[in-house]
Design a protein around this ligand. Structure first.
Ligand SMILES: [Zn+2]
Length: 158
């Protein structure tokens, strides 16, 4: 099965959605309204944005195949090799719940190992930054999954 949209289109759609989300954040922040306004500050918004962009480039559900995001890991792609082998035939990386959960879980294993090796105490990282980073990653993955669904439905009509 051909993957649609392709990697480039995914990056463009994800970038467009981030722009909209940041505009909404900015508006909520300025007006002091909207859900989650108490959590919005420059730190959480930056953490959210960096995590979102990183996830768009490196943590796509297309890690289940030899995709651009998979290749972007370079030599470190070995870290995602088990994921690719485990998920490639089942399409579960594109499941709206299993997809983000499995990708974040795999990432957390990698991050925990890195923290252990270089001696960072994860408790030293404010929970608001962790939550906003994970939110950025999950949103990026969901946008990818929705884009895949919308485009394949659209192509089915015509
Ligand atoms: Zn995909």
């Amino acid at each position: 099965m051909k993957r649609i949209p392709d990697g480039k289109t995914h990056d463009a759609i994800n970038a467009a959605v981030l722009t909209i989300v940041l505009a909404v954040f900015y508006y909520s922040f300025r007006e002091g309204i909207g859900p989650g306004i108490t959590y919005l500050n420059s730190y959480t918004i930056v953490a959210f944005s960096i995590a979102y962009i990183f996830a768009t480039l490196f943590l796509s559900p297309d890690l289940d195949i030899s995709s651009k995001p998979y290749k972007r890991w370079g030599a470190l792609r070995i870290l995602w090799w088990p994921y690719k082998e485990l998920f490639k035939h089942r399409g579960l990386s594109h499941h709206p719940v299993v997809g983000p959960l499995s990708i974040v879980a795999n990432l957390l294993v990698i991050v925990a190992a890195v923290f252990l090796i270089i001696g960072i105490d994860y408790e030293a990282i404010p929970s608001s930054l962790m939550i906003s980073s994970i939110a950025g990653i999950v949103l990026s993955i969901e946008v990818h999954i929705i884009s895949d669904n919308v485009v394949s439905k659209f192509k089915g009509i015509f």
